[in-house]
Write a protein that binds this ligand. Structure first.
Ligand SMILES: [Fe+2]
Length: 117
């Protein structure tokens, strides 16, 4: 279990920085976005949940990453909870009914546009 809370962005050249792009080889990853501006995500709002299944490469969305670099922010403003699960997850029918179908393509700059159409 990992909690993301407001924090200074690493500025020391020797700081251990967050590994932005990654995949989880052994775990499914669920993140609940509670509050704030999620620096690594575009079109993610409070109350949403993401699921990154085991082996799914992911990282900051292109627009969010570019905006963050341009803004040169000194701290994050987000509250989210991440759970990496030892056992694979099943998605319940109730969750499938509210799924944002374009999310899986959201690392493609065209992904969100296709989902909105
Ligand atoms: Fe992840």
């Amino acid at each position: 279990v990992c909690t993301f809370v407001p924090r200074p962005i690493e500025s020391d050249p020797e700081a251990l920085k967050v590994p932005f792009f990654h995949n989880n080889d052994d775990y499914d990853e669920v993140i609940f976005y509670h509050r704030g501006q999620f620096f690594s995500r575009d079109n993610i709002h409070p109350g949403m949940i993401t699921l990154h299944p085991c082996g799914f490469p992911h990282g900051p969305h292109p627009k969010a990453f570019a905006a963050g670099a341009k803004a040169a922010r000194k701290e994050t403003d987000e509250v989210a909870v991440m759970i990496d699960t030892r056992d694979a997850l099943d998605v319940a029918p109730a969750a499938e009914s509210v799924e944002f179908k374009g999310y899986v393509g959201s690392w493609n700059p065209e992904g969100f546009r296709q989902a909105a159409e």
